[in-house]
Design a protein around this ligand. Structure first.
Ligand code: FES
Length: 148
């Protein structure tokens, strides 16, 4: 093989390699599947876990699940100011440990800096599994209750 033939073969080999690599990248791009986002639905126990008057923090769901005379409900424990987790307050409400926003038992703002109430989260009962579920991605009216 002379010099010219060697350079032609080298060029063709390089081009073939580039085409194969590019094809592989296209296949990889087209087959990309993004990872699932964080879970928003959490099992929070059975209805009988929540006695009338109870309010329980469910850490997996970052929510308080309570039961009053109207039924079961779920409140987001994430503070609407900057996202810290609120804690139970002395008078039945909630206090944020970060900047001391205070919320009443229904999640309404009593004192800022938070300007929005705690979110009321969708709560439902799955009869097949016998479990309650909370969906952190869905809010409901603050007075919404699940009859038990
Ligand atoms: Fe709750 Fe600032 S994060 S008051």
């Amino acid at each position: 093989m002379n010099r010219r033939g060697f350079l032609v073969a080298l060029s063709r080999g390089s081009l073939a390699t580039a085409v194969i690599v590019a094809f592989g990248q296209v296949v990889r791009f087209l087959s990309y599947r993004p990872a699932d986002g964080p879970a928003t639905v959490f099992a929070v126990g059975r209805p009988e876990d929540y006695a009338p008057g109870s309010l329980v923090y469910v850490s997996e769901a970052q929510a308080y699940v309570g039961c009053n005379a109207q039924g079961l409900y779920a409140l987001d424990a994430v503070c609407t100011h900057l996202g810290c987790l609120v804690e139970r307050g002395a008078k039945g409400g909630f206090v944020c440990p970060c900047h001391e926003s205070r919320f009443d038992a229904a999640g309404q703002v009593l004192a800022g800096p938070a300007g929005q109430p705690l979110r009321a989260l969708r709560l439902w009962f799955d009869g097949e599994q016998g479990l309650l579920f909370v969906d952190r991605s869905e809010t409901v009216a603050p007075a919404a209750r699940l009859a038990v």
